[in-house]
Design a protein around this ligand. Structure first.
Ligand SMILES: [Zn+2]
Length: 467
């Protein structure tokens, strides 16, 4: 009912979601205002029903309550699905035919973070829409009304939907590490029904993440899973981030398969039933992914990094598969097109169970290029985009061959290097890839020189690594 405006800390309204440090930049009152402003947008979009879930962070229930109060105060009916991984909330929006969804989650960030991922209708709510939410809140331009609150568990339906796409094949031994994240809620309902032998690590949802940080793109966080795979002689291991929308995988030898390598396997699989289809990879992905999509009869497309922009692009192009280096993978051939890491795990098992090769054999046969991991290094928020623009301008002037869809991805006879600004952190992101080590060293020198001309020093790989 309030006409009083609410101002958010300027750092929390981000490109793909709302995220902040609880008690510092993100407060319970913000959750209420997000509920009122988002609910207002849903109502003005002709909707009335919003599904809401939250991850296992200690601050989540309190933020959820305030958000629900905000939603109902503008006349939105809320369906609470309770503690859930983000993809289970996405599923609920589809399954319950809601007009929008809100997942309260800090994703893979440290325990003191939390945030909001939103869907309007069945689409990602991001970019300028999030800015508009901020404007509505600042003006206090809220709808009025009195909505209802209903609780509707969706776990059984969700598990049944995921299991529907499991193919019969040889039985596998698999280790799964949910990292005390929200996939702990749903893993047993799904994996418990699979044939074979399954070991679940860190299943108990615990927002303090006692075992390790729930981010499977950091090798350190995969050590426990690697040890389990080795000890039990598993065919593979699968890991999840804190809210279950990113996957990590290791083969039976304990080697990590990065998002772009896994994508090659999934692309080949999808292209068998969708010949010629457009398959999307992000600008950080290896050239091998785009080459292999082509070789398998698909149409490769390189697109911007960011789960919301990728989902939007794939819907626009009716692409059956898209994926990011970071492990956000989207299946739309027989699934909904949102990033569900548990579903991706099942699709990986399908490939191995129905084929004759082990995952390790498949990895051995992938094209061998030499590349850096994703290099991330600090650069102030007000500087990072400027640096990329400066580098781009100089390269263009020099006549370099480049793709500037998201930062700059420069091709040379040696391979390519990428420089882009993170949309979510005061960080610059870089990556280089070549056919051989000497070429990689030359690319790194090119990147270093390009940055240096803008007064930025490229740290050595060890200190820049993933984080
Ligand atoms: Zn996540």
């Amino acid at each position: 009912m309030s006409k009083t405006g609410h101002k958010f800390d300027s750092t929390i309204l981000r490109e793909y979601d709302i995220r902040g440090v609880v008690g510092k930049t993100l407060h319970v009152a913000d959750a209420g205002a997000i509920g009122r402003a988002f609910g207002t947008i849903v109502r003005r979009n002709g909707g009335k029903k919003v599904a809401l879930g939250y991850d296992g962070r200690l601050s989540s229930p309190e933020l959820a309550k305030a958000c629900v109060d905000g939603l109902t105060s503008v006349g939105v009916d809320v369906i609470e699905i309770g503690l859930a991984a983000t993809p289970m909330l996405y599923f609920a929006v589809w399954h319950l035919e809601a007009d929008g969804g809100i997942q309260i989650t800090g994703s893979h960030n440290p325990p003191d973070f939390n945030g909001f991922k939103m869907m309007l209708g069945k689409k990602s709510f991001y970019g300028s829409e999030i800015q508009k939410l901020g404007e509505i809140a600042a003006k206090g331009d809220f709808e009025t009304g009195k909505g209802t609150v209903d609780t509707q568990p969706v776990l059984d339906d969700y598990a049944a939907r995921l299991l529907k796409d499991v193919k019969p094949g040889r039985t596998l031994k698999v280790a799964w590490d949910t990292g005390n994240g929200a996939v702990g809620v749903s893993i047993r309902a799904v994996v418990g029904k699979l044939p074979g032998t399954h070991y679940i690590l860190n299943e108990k949802v615990d927002g303090t993440f006692p075992a390790h940080h729930p981010d499977p793109t950091v090798p350190e966080n995969l050590k426990e899973l690697q040890a389990k795979v080795k000890k039990e002689g598993c065919d593979l291991g699968i890991a999840f981030d804190g809210d279950g929308d990113r996957i990590g995988a290791i083969d039976g030898k304990g080697r990590i398969l990065w998002g772009d390598q896994l994508m090659i396997l999934w692309a080949r699989d999808v292209l068998r039933t969708r010949p010629g289809a457009t398959i999307i990879g992000d600008v950080k992905a290896s050239q091998a992914l785009f080459d292999e999509i082509q070789r398998a009869g698909g149409t490769p497309l390189m697109w911007k990094t960011g789960h919301s922009v990728i989902k939007t692009k794939m819907a626009e192009l009716k692409s059956p598969l898209a994926g990011e280096m970071s492990g956000h993978i989207f299946f739309a051939d027989t699934f909904y097109g949102f990033d569900d890491a548990l579903y991706c795990g099942l699709r990986l098992l399908n490939i191995i169970a129905t084929g004759s090769e082990s995952l390790a054999e498949m990895l051995d046969k992938l094209p061998h290029l030499v590349n850096t991991p994703e290099l991330r290094f600090d650069c102030a928020d007000d500087r990072k985009f400027v640096v990329v623009e400066e580098v781009k301008a100089r390269l263009k002037q020099a006549g370099a061959k480049l793709n500037d869809i998201d930062g700059v991805r420069v091709s040379t006879p040696d391979g390519w290097w990428l420089l882009r600004a993170s949309n979510t952190q005061p960080v610059l992101v870089a990556r280089c890839e070549s056919a051989n080590q000497a070429g990689l060293e030359r690319l790194k020198a090119d990147l270093k020189a390009a940055l240096s001309a803008s007064g930025v020093e490229l740290p050595d790989e060890a200190s820049a690594g993933h984080h």
